[in-house]
Ligand binder design. Structure first.
Ligand code: F6P
Ligand code: MN
Length: 310
């Protein structure tokens, strides 16, 4: 037990010298995720607006996850403004000061449509200094995700001090399982999002090249488990391209792409939209989307090369 506490999330944040406000945001998202996890594993799979067995109104899991995380972020007293993939506007908390502090963008339950078929889903969070949650990705001071799979794991990076994985144990503690995760320059798996018949020719060329070169297909349809696989296996390429139907891609820059790009880049990988680093894109809209190629550096460079061939 004592050994576990020593390897716990809070101790790790303190040992790494993470500023108290930033540390408490990461820690409180961890606390929130235990409730999300519990709801997911014990609740029935009702839809928003329906009632449960007892006739009480029931929230869809993604709406519930949003409420839980929002409350815990407010509880830190260090977050003034948030944006959530479940909300259409910026939310302001009164508890926090009107200057300084942190702003947070989060996707409470990415891939929530996979819950009813018992596939893995996740929570994704980006943290910025100051009051503005719509900042460019390179300005993040921390990012994290929680993966609700066979095990519940939490991966964070704060203030550039490495990428670390924690696993929820039966005592309800997140215990350090991997420290300083690194992505190799090149990997052997690829995760191609989108419908193949909607691919643009340059993206089709890239996918053909990867297939011919012996890359193994690994795609679950959940962004968090797919990125987690590349991060923890130490290499590979996840793609969600621009398509004929969705010329800006599907995934959202503030909630999904920026935090994952921060984590993967901090682990030695890279993330691009095909021309520019994801973290350098100007982020100005809650609903902003972008194509993404993310993972090992050499595969990301290969993607840029093939996508830009005339
Ligand atoms: O954003 C939702 C999401 O489910 C992601 O988790 C996932 O990467 C993507 O959409 C899958 O989209 P598609 O089914 O088009 O490949
Ligand atoms: Mn999402």
């Amino acid at each position: 037990m004592y050994k576990h506490v020593k390897r716990g999330l809070w101790n790790h944040l303190m040992k790494n010298g993470i500023e108290m406000g930033l540390a408490s945001i990461i820690y409180e998202v961890g606390v929130a995720s235990k409730y999300v996890n519990h709801a997911m594993r014990t609740g029935d799979l009702g839809l928003a607006g329906t009632s449960n067995l007892y006739g009480e109104d029931q929230l869809a899991l993604d709406v519930l996850a949003d409420e839980i995380i929002k409350d815990r972020l407010d509880h830190t007293g260090r977050v003034r403004r948030i944006i959530s993939e479940e909300q259409s506007e910026i939310i302001i908390f009164d508890r926090a000061r009107r200057s300084g502090g942190y702003a947070v963008c989060y996707d409470p339950l990415d891939g929530s449509s996979l819950v009813d078929v018992n596939l893995s889903v996740g929570t994704i969070v980006a943290i910025y200094a100051g009051q503005d949650p719509l900042q460019d990705g390179c300005r993040q001071v921390g990012a994290m995700y929680v993966l609700y799979g066979p095990r519940t794991t939490l991966v964070y990076c704060a203030a550039g001090t490495g990428v670390h994985e924690f696993t929820l144990n039966s005592l309800g503690e997140f215990v350090l399982t991997r420290e300083n995760i690194r992505i190799r320059p090149s990997g052997k798996i690829f995760s191609p999002g989108g419908l193949r018949s909607d691919y643009l020719p340059e993206h089709e060329n890239l996918v053909r090249h990867l297939e011919k070169s012996g890359y193994k297909l690994r795609y679950s349809g959940g962004f968090v488990p797919d990125i987690n696989q590349i991060l923890l296996k130490g290499g590979g390429l996840f793609m969600y391209p621009a398509t004929t139907r969705a010329p800006s891609g599907k995934l959202r820059l503030p909630f999904e792409l920026n935090p994952m790009a921060y984590l993967v880049t901090a682990a030695g990988g890279a993330a691009t939209n095909g021309r520019q680093a994801i973290l350098d894109l100007e982020c100005h809209d809650l609903d902003q989307r972008s194509p993404i190629y993310i993972g090992s550096r050499e595969e990301v460079e290969l993607a840029e090369k093939i996508l830009n061939q005339q």
